[in-house]
Design a binder for this molecule. Structure first.
Ligand SMILES: C[S@@+](CC[C@H](N)C(=O)[O-])C[C@H]1O[C@@H](n2cnc3c(N)ncnc32)[C@H](O)[C@@H]1O
Length: 391
């Protein structure tokens, strides 16, 4: 263990409904998960471990290293207790500081007030120690201190990520109702996608599922797509460790290209956005894009997975208008995708019923605060049914 980089309790956060995928990823990287709840897992990690997590996790939001627990009943006590902490060891007075928080305390009615008091405590402490304090504001591009304060207990974390990890940096061109990158990665994990079989994504929108698939298939660390992480902005940051972690992450890249990935959408603008996003992500050569109705999607001869994230009620129109489309999706899966594993990501019973196929598995997801399901369909070929019947 590096004495200058001690291991500490660390919380890795994610969107609601993704914690089991995050746990799987964190364990695959060799960490023991001490606890898990709806929006994250707890592990023990050094700052260098946090760098690795930032670079490699596909389903996480933030990596938060625990700094201190304090008892405080109100904002004055928060200020006085927080001022006692050794901020001069971690805060770079030449850097930029922001505070984020979740607060549930009956004395707090203005959500910005505790952030301001915590920022004052940190800056006053630094001024008394060295006469210098960092600039501060709402941008999360510098050092980010996060506080989770419930009743009279506040837990203070050093945020090692900054901007959410779901903001990979490749989606410069969102088309309507894009799926968040971390949800797309979790959907692909649920499908056990590894690039060995073809993947078809009709109704691809801004291309998120296809791009995440290409990143997974190439074992490309998604965090390499952006450069600014809060772990590099603390006084205790280690530039050499970061360079090493980036070099190690680059070595993961698979030499072999995946089986075909095909992404289509009826809107030319969507395919334009998808192509640009895929170029930014460095995976455009791995995805075949077409403008067409989903039912005209060119299917590879070898079978694989097909995943449809169409429009649904609360998000983009009224369910009634969409029932006919979902009937056509059902027909497309049955006739054009026989022998494939079919997946539909959607919300609402009328749309699911309109597909008129037997659901083999339903996995709940929350996307943009809407309860959704990933539905799995086993799309047997007609001949397979005959074979089963004749046995
Ligand atoms: C919910 S969005 C997909 C979002 C996508 N997963 C993403 O992350 O950006 C649904 C997409 O279906 C497309 N679409 C709607 N009707 C279609 C049709 N009949 N054929 C093909 N695409 C269609 C829309 O243009 C839209 O881009």
């Amino acid at each position: 263990m590096n004495a200058n980089d001690p291991k500490r309790k660390t919380r890795v956060t994610c969107a609601p409904s993704l914690a089991s995928y995050l746990k799987e990823e964190v364990e695959a990287l060799g960490f023991e998960v001490l606890s898990m709840d709806k929006t994250g897992v707890e592990i023990i990690a050094s700052m260098e471990d946090c760098m690795m997590l930032n670079l490699r996790l596909r389903t996480a939001f933030h990596v938060l290293q625990r700094f201190a627990d304090i008892n405080c009943r109100n904002a004055d006590e928060l200020y006085s207790e927080a001022k006692r902490l050794p901020w001069d060891r971690v805060i770079d007075p030449a850097g930029f500081l922001s505070i984020t928080s979740n607060v549930r305390n009956e004395t707090i009615t203005n959500s910005m007030f505790p952030n301001m008091r915590l920022k004052d405590a940190i800056c006053d402490k630094l001024i008394s120690a060295s006469g210098k304090r960092p600039d501060s504001g709402s941008s999360t591009e510098g050092m980010v201190v996060h506080m989770h304060w419930v009743d009279n207990k506040a837990r203070i974390y050093l945020n090692m990520t900054g901007r959410k990890l779901s903001d990979r940096g490749y989606r410069k061109m969102p088309f309507m109702a894009p799926m968040r990158e971390t949800i797309a990665a979790s959907v692909l994990m649920e499908m056990k996608y590894d690039g060995s079989k073809p993947l078809v994504v009709p109704m691809c929108g801004s291309g998120t599922i296809a791009i995440e698939a290409a990143l997974i298939a190439k074992q490309r660390a998604p965090g390499l797509l952006r450069s600014n992480y809060a772990c590099n902005n603390w006084l205790t940051s280690d530039k050499d460790a970061w360079t090493q972690q980036r070099a190690d992450a680059k070595k993961l890249l698979a030499k072999k290209d995946p089986a075909p990935i095909i992404a289509t959408d009826i809107e030319e603008d969507a395919i334009d956005a998808s192509k640009k996003n895929a170029v930014t992500a460095g995976v455009d050569h791995l995805i075949d894009f077409h403008v067409c109705d989903f039912s005209e999607t060119p299917m590879p001869s070898e079978v694989g997975d097909v995943v449809v994230h169409g429009e649904y009620g609360m998000r983009l129109g009224e369910d009634d208008d969409l029932v006919a489309t979902y009937k056509r999706i059902g027909d497309f899966l049955k006739t054009d995708c026989a022998g494939w594993d079919g997946y539909v990501f959607t919300s609402g019973k009328p749309l699911i019923a309109a597909i008129r196929l037997k659901v083999a598995r339903r996995t709940p997801f929350i996307n943009a605060e809407i309860d959704c399901r990933l539905l799995r369909y086993e799309l047997y070929k007609g001949t397979k049914v005959t074979e089963v019947l004749s046995n």
